[in-house]
Design a protein around this ligand. Structure first.
Ligand code: NI
Ligand code: MN
Length: 224
């Protein structure tokens, strides 16, 4: 099983059975992504929320067989666009062929490209075989992260550090302390000037708390 980072909040997971799962595939208008929508395929696309830098190229990548997974309002928007989607909501989890998906709260907004309300933004907990990944989505720091960490043993926590729209480094370090994952992976930084942040400063500050951090390069793939 592998995890590949495309930059911003876009990741690809490939299971041992070859199932491809994309999270927040913002590629074509993403100046930092080494791949574009034509280069990727997905059996499943999981969306944290509808902002353009997360919904991204979902409708270019999704084929008739791709299942989009998101909160109901966003899933219904995808269905109205002619795609297959599975409606979920915050606090709920569901077993898919590749593993379990659970949506958590995230403190942020969510609108469709047309400006319509797209439901609440969410974080995503994926449990694949015996590994768990918590992609926080775009969010500010919140104390329930402690509960999320206690109720779900998190191996990999993917979290924003770019500030302005989300947590910056100081709050993100606190978020890692609250969740206590095996490894923290920073995301949502340096894509645009307004979210400039040094991932190695974040790594140093996480390690100073006795926790582990891995900075992924754009396009880097790791074994889970
Ligand atoms: Ni957003
Ligand atoms: Mn964003």
């Amino acid at each position: 099983m592998t995890l590949k980072y495309f930059s911003h909040s876009a990741f690809q997971i490939t299971t041992d059975d070859g199932i491809k799962i994309l999270i927040d595939p913002f590629l074509d208008n993403n100046p930092t992504s080494p791949v574009k929508s034509k280069d990727v395929k997905a059996d499943y696309i999981i969306l944290s929320h509808a902002h353009g830098d997360h919904l991204g190229d979902t409708f270019k990548i999704a084929s008739k067989d791709t299942l989009i997974i998101s909160v109901s309002e966003l899933a219904n928007y995808c269905i109205a666009k002619g795609f297959k989607a599975h409606n979920m909501h915050i606090g709920g989890s569901f077993d898919f062929p590749f593993g379990r998906v659970k949506f958590t709260i995230a403190h942020h907004g969510s609108k469709t490209p047309e400006g319509d309300y797209a439901g609440e933004p969410a974080g995503i907990i994926l449990t694949l075989k015996n590994k768990s990944i918590y992609h926080t989505g775009d969010t500010g720091l919140f104390s329930d992260m402690k509960l999320i960490g206690e109720m779900n043993k998190i191996d990999y926590m993917l979290l924003p550090i770019g500030d302005n729209y989300t947590m910056g480094i100081t709050d993100a370090v606190k978020a890692v302390e609250l969740v206590n994952p095996k490894i923290a992976i920073p995301m949502h930084y340096n894509t645009f000037p307004v979210i400039k942040a040094d991932p190695y400063e974040f790594k140093m500050k996480v390690e100073n708390k006795g926790l582990k951090c891995k900075v992924l390069n754009y396009g880097e793939e790791i074994d889970l």
